[in-house]
Design a protein around this ligand. Structure first.
Ligand code: B12
Length: 494
């Protein structure tokens, strides 16, 4: 266990529940929101302990888990097959718990001082079984300690989170100063003798680091109909460049990490006043940093200058959000990009020195009403440009503009069972967008990249035959319905 203080100050335990899913891969994933909260609490003087149940490497029953670490710090997660929830029984894949076992979790809990408050985070709505199980164990182990649940699942479907997770309290939205004040009211002020405050997220909660995550902004000025960003953080707020640069340098110095993944929803928005000055500030410090954008970036905002600066600063993993090449679909998704702008952006990136194989292009698959031919045409258009398409299977998200359409299009009980939001189910694909058909396209993509490109004559390395890890999203898986109904259709509540 990792504590920042040994004094008698109030002790707060942070929990990132394990994931339950058909597939999960550590694509620079850390519970950044929870770590930010941990940083605020540590700086306020509280004793903080983190248990990230996804991270078997740090908590592996004494044996640890050393999965193969991939390029730039990504890696496999330890997985244990578990019983499939009945509603997912027809999916011909193993359903797994990714992370530590309930037994290991209990062992860790037994080794830490009793917490005065437990804060549990949550990410994907369809990962709620891990949230429920960890809270059950926490309540069993520390029956008198209040458990607060926050994060993305808790914000999107708080009633379900309350009824199924059974925390003492569900907190929606971003963690704010008022929550810090409530915690101080509840637990009392920490003792005045404090460690130096750092303003950094609670990264010291991990023993080992292979990468770090940062975000330069909160929220997104766009409102794509499939995305929940504007619901999770209304508005758009930007971090000051000076403190961002200082934090990245300090994190690099503290942990010797070169790989940083941006968690922004809109990294390139206002680039001239945020990202570019940040990169300029870091330039010349000789840190040899590498940057990654697992969330797609906005194609229209890529200029010659931005492409040059990205290359110069050490961006190696670039994901572009094209979504589709259908003009009608582009319009319905907010007219954020045209094919001409895509060509221009690729030209800028290639001129800046990015090789075409550095660039992956997110295409949405399985939107309500979407045809296979639309996805096929999009894949073909991207392949024709020598860059790699990456199919992002649509996950329906409550309260987003596309939600009602998704509920109508899906045979699954999206509105009552969040397990059915899993993109692996292709919940709105119907007979048109099936796993088999998408596999055909994925094979086509692999085949295209197993040979050389005529444009630059470079021979591309052959990809392994297995499925690629489940990736990010463009900007950014039926039986009984056992759970209590948790959400009314948006139209019923307006
Ligand atoms: C980074 C990111 C990724 C990363 C890593 C995600 C991960 N596994 O950790 C990558 C790129 C790999 C990814 C992939 C996908 N993602 Co994603 N991702 C995000 C993103 C941008 C940030 C998520 C995150 O970790 N945030 C960490 C921080 C930033 O958390 P935070 O919620 O802001 O924390 C604040 C509050 O919630 C609160 N809080 C948090 N915890 C707690 C606890 C307490 C007690 C309290 C009081 C408060 C509190 O305070 C925090 C600070 O203010 C979100 C969008 C967003 N804006 O949040 C989408 C998002 C979570 N992703 C989404 C989707 C759909 C996907 C994909 C399915 C896309 C696809 N089709 O391929 C895949 C799934 C891959 C997988 N199996 O993991 C959806 C969620 C869907 C759902 N049904 O829940 C989101 C919301 C985006 C969207 N489209 O709207 N994603």
């Amino acid at each position: 266990m990792f504590h920042v203080k040994q004094s008698r100050c109030p002790h707060i335990l942070l929990i990132n529940p394990w994931i339950t899913d058909f597939a999960a891969y550590n694509l620079w994933a850390r519970p950044l929101g929870l770590l930010e909260i941990g940083g605020m609490l540590r700086d306020a003087g509280f004793q903080v302990t983190l248990i990230d149940c996804v991270d078997a490497e740090n908590f592996g029953n004494g044996k640890g888990y050393r999965g193969k670490i991939g390029p730039y710090g990504t890696g496999k997660l330890r997985r244990t097959p578990v019983a499939k929830p009945p509603i997912l029984a027809h999916i011909p894949r193993k359903f797994c718990r990714y992370g530590i076992s309930p037994g290991e979790f209990r062992t860790h809990l037994a080794s830490i001082p009793k917490p005065d408050l437990i804060l549990v985070t949550s990410i994907m709505t369809y990962w709620y079984p891990g949230v429920r199980e960890t809270i059950e164990i926490l309540k069993d182990h520390f029956p008198k300690t209040p458990v607060w649940l926050g994060g993305i699942y808790a914000t999107l479907i708080p009633r379900h989170a309350q009824e199924v997770g059974r925390p003492d309290r569900v907190i929606e939205g971003p963690f704010a100063r008022k929550h810090l004040e409530e915690i101080t009211d509840l637990l009392g002020s920490p003792p005045p003798a404090r460690l130096e405050t750092t303003g950094l997220p609670f990264w010291e909660g991990y023993k080992t680091h292979h990468f770090l995550c940062v975000r330069t902004s909160h929220g997104c000025p766009f409102q794509c109909p499939y995305c929940a960003s504007h619901l999770l953080f209304p508005g758009f707020s930007e971090e000051p460049v000076q403190s961002l640069a200082r934090d990245i340098v300090r994190l690099h110095d503290l942990y010797g990490i070169r790989d940083f993944a941006f968690f922004d929803d809109a990294l390139l928005v206002n680039a001239s006043s945020r990202l570019l000055p940040l990169l300029e500030n870091l330039r010349g410090k000789g840190l040899r940093l590498r940057f990654h954008t697992p969330n797609g970036i906005h194609i229209r905002l890529i200029t010659r200058k931005i492409a040059d600066r990205l290359k110069d600063a050490g961006f190696v993993t670039l994901r572009l959000s094209l979504e589709t090449v259908s003009p009608e679909r582009m319009r319905r998704l907010g007219s954020k990009v045209t094919l001409a702008e895509f060509d221009r952006a690729l030209d800028c990136l290639v001129r800046a020195g990015f090789s075409r194989e550095d660039i992956k292009v997110y295409l949405l698959a399985g939107l309500p009403g979407q045809s296979y031919s639309e996805i096929e045409a999009s894949v073909a258009a991207v392949l024709a440009r020598g860059v790699r398409p990456s199919l992002a299977e649509y996950s329906p998200i409550p309260w987003t503009p596309l939600w009602n359409e998704a509920v109508k299009a899906s045979p699954y009980p999206l509105a009552t069972e969040p397990l059915t939001h899993n993109n692996i189910l292709l919940p709105c694909g119907g007979d048109e967008i099936t796993k088999e058909r998408l596999d055909t396209l994925k094979q086509r993509i692999r085949a295209a990249f197993a040979s050389s490109f005529p444009e630059d004559g470079a021979v591309k390395p052959e990809l392994p035959p297995q499925e690629e890890p489940d990736e990010g999203h463009p900007r950014e898986k039926p039986a009984d319905v056992g759970e209590p109904g948790y959400i009314a259709f948006a139209e019923d509540t307006e």
